[in-house]
Design a protein around this ligand. Structure first.
Ligand SMILES: Nc1ncnc2c1ncn2[C@@H]1O[C@H](COP(=O)(O)OP(=O)(O)OP(=O)(O)O)[C@@H](O)[C@H]1O
Ligand SMILES: [Mg+2]
Length: 165
């Protein structure tokens, strides 16, 4: 089982605290992300963005959340047999979780390299497959965690804090 972590150094303590004892979320939402359905993929991220906007989250943070969650949703549709996006909203941060039904990522370090892509013809016809989604997710998140292996499901989760210290 491969595991990958990237945490902004100044947020390491808060991130570890969150994952070791996740508090109860203020709001929880779930969205199905079906395989190869690029209309449905993207709905979760857009609904979450609208909700957070109404809750008063600033526009730069909204942009980061929208980019990271959209790329992660598209990856489920493009590269997996589909899965679920879960969204946990707290006072100070959002925790997004993407769990799919496989086929998994054999080498996560390789998948993180800008330009690396295994996107098939159909996915490329929809304009995806530049190999920039995962690097973009990392750039826009305060913490990124990926767990996967060949032949199993992939879990990708990220945290974005509403007010950067
Ligand atoms: N949920 C997933 N399941 C299986 N493989 C994945 C998953 N997410 C990403 N990958 C693998 O990691 C590679 C890189 O992903 P990344 O999002 O960076 O690029 P891409 O999706 O191929 O292209 P882009 O995101 O630029 O449209 C993918 O091509 C795929 O091989
Ligand atoms: Mg992608």
């Amino acid at each position: 089982m491969g595991e990958y972590w990237n945490i902004k150094p100044e947020l390491e303590d808060s991130v570890k605290q969150h994952f070791s004892a996740p508090p109860e979320a203020e709001v929880e939402l779930e969205f199905e992300v079906p395989e190869k359905d690029f209309n449905t993929a993207g709905r979760g991220s857009s609904e979450v963005k609208d909700l957070l906007k109404r809750l008063g989250v600033d526009s730069e943070t909204l942009r980061r959340i929208a980019v990271a969650s959209y790329e992660a949703e598209i990856n489920l549709a493009a590269h997996s047999k589909g899965g679920v996006m879960s969204c946990m909203i707290y006072d100070d941060l959002i925790h997004l979780r993407f769990l799919d039904k496989g086929p998994g990522i054999e080498d996560i370090t390789q998948a993180m390299i800008p330009g690396y892509s295994t996107a098939d013809e159909l996915v490329r016809e929809f304009g995806f497959g530049a190999g920039l989604g995962l690097p973009n997710i990392q750039k826009n998140s305060d913490a990124l965690h990926i767990q996967s292996a060949k032949g199993s499901s992939t879990l990708l989760e990220l945290l974005i804090f509403f007010s950067a210290p």
